[in-house]
Design a protein around this ligand. Structure first.
Ligand code: FAD
Length: 121
């Protein structure tokens, strides 16, 4: 199989990874990027933990993305709403097509001669 090449490889489709991908697609539209996540859905923490009462500690107006402000009215939000918000953000900025689910990165290497990073499972 031919190797896939990306300018940027993001590990994790949680709040950070989706945020990084949105910034990349908005500010560096020519860069090719991908997100790898061992899980099968976006959201990271907010997809993993589903116990009753799970919620944010921060106010959502500062926890949310500046480019896609938190749409709710409550200051603190429950976990499923945050998971939905991350998913909606990924949808809005067409990030989902860049995500490769079910891939766990256990090792990555950098080749200084070729100026290339590559992943090893
Ligand atoms: C109950 C609770 C409340 C919280 N409240 C707040 C709050 O109010 N404010 C705040 O700032 N923070 C809060 N946090 C912390 C919260 O986890 C972070 O703010 C934020 O969601 C972390 O996002 P992240 O994308 O950095 O990491 P994560 O959400 O952990 O996502 C990381 C993703 O990377 C993937 N991944 C990791 N390693 C690999 C690998 N080797 N290969 C492939 N995939 C990989 C994981 O599967 C995961 O999907 C809270 C956490 C919890 C549990």
């Amino acid at each position: 199989m031919e190797p896939l090449h990306f300018d940027v490889l993001i590990i994790g489709a949680g709040l950070s990874g989706i945020g990084a991908a949105c910034h990349l697609s908005r500010e560096c539209p020519t860069k090719r990027f991908a997100i790898l996540d061992r899980r099968e859905q976006v959201g990271g923490t907010w997809d993993l933990f589903r116990y009753p009462g799970i919620r944010s500690d921060s106010d959502m107006f500062s926890f949310g993305f500046d480019f896609h402000p938190w749409p709710g009215l409550k200051v603190l939000a429950d976990g499923p709403s945050i998971q939905q918000y991350i998913s909606d953000t990924a949808e809005k900025y067409s990030i989902k097509e860049h995500i490769h689910f079910g891939i766990e990165l256990s090792k990555a290497n950098w080749d200084s001669e070729k100026n290339l990073g590559y992943r090893r499972n």
